[in-house]
Design a protein around this ligand. Sequence first.
Ligand code: NAP
Length: 340
Amino acid sequence: MVKARKIVLARRFQGEPRPEDFRVEEEELPPLKDGQILAEAVYFSVDPFQRSMGGTEKYGQKVGDTMMAAQVARIVESRAAGFPVGQHIVAYWGWRDRTVADVGPDVPTPAVMSPPMLVSDLGDLPLSLSLGVLGMPGISGYFPLLEVCQPKAGEVVVVTGAAGAVGSIVGQIALIKGCTVIGFAGSDAKVKWLKEELGFHHAFNYKTTDVSTALKQAAPDGVDVYFDNVAGDMSTKVISHMRYRGRITVIGAISQYNESQSQKLVTVPITFAANQLRIVGCSYTRWHDRWDEGITQLQQWEKEGKLKYRETVSHGFANTPKAFIGMLRGENFGKAVVKL
Ligand SMILES: NC(=O)c1ccc[n+]([C@@H]2O[C@H](COP(=O)([O-])OP(=O)(O)OC[C@H]3O[C@@H](n4cnc5c(N)ncnc54)[C@H](OP(=O)(O)O)[C@@H]3O)[C@@H](O)[C@H]2O)c1
């Protein structure tokens, strides 16, 4: 008989998540049926969406449910064609160390998530990258930046959450495209990493530098593209610096996730009309059918040394909530993951 441990939501989040919001439970797994696999988690992902959607019944997360999350797991038993033992798979099975699940093209998946996907050959690269630069965060940076914002060489691109999983990729893709790149992040150490190792033209600690003052200095003629990971006051200030025909993509709103009241939509400033700005909200799920195309390009840039990655790896199943809370507080550089 196979047992699984899982981390469940013990109570709804109120403000910043706390260790007491989670509980570990055990369950016995059923024997495999045709079309199913048994998989053992190797890495858990910790992601901001778990705060924005976790604990929210709207997205199907109830108290007592396993925390919704992505993981990369090794297939240890299989009765599903095309899912052989030994292969790795990325799936939104939550924070659970063993899973019996149906797999294959006909398995229903919530619209906000990807279906289980086998990990393609990563060569010498760590498996955890399938949760980071070569996975959901990579796709979330790649397509919204290139297809929605369409940055051109010489243009000024601003990214907030710049030292995180998505933001660090976005800034580097903009550099590859020949743009001037400005990043905002929450510590001097992150700013140093962005400038000295990733090659951002400018980076600022938004906790100690006024965003408008920084942009007046770094982008005196204005901003062409804004990749918004954070929302709130910081984004209001960046948007006030947009140039004629500027493009904005809103992918996240992490400054708001711990707030008890959702932010009101303020009146769209006249800058939008006067400068003919375009603002588009994006979910990575829009590009499911082009996943391989995005990952192939990101992997190629990594191989060529044009795209650097960094991970913040926590260790051990029991440390997962701590890693999650730490990521929301900004303790991570690049992608935050937990190695089991
Ligand atoms: N739409 C989609 O399909 C999609 C997909 C993936 C991610 N996202 C969104 O994209 C954003 C980044 O996600 P990620 O996975 O790359 O996470 P991440 O940036 O790796 O980690 C979260 C970061 O948010 C920053 N942060 C926390 N509180 C903040 C605040 N009040 N103001 C500004 N920054 C704050 C922290 O960095 P600092 O030290 O810089 O504060 C922290 O490290 C999130 O908003 C997420 O919800 C959306």
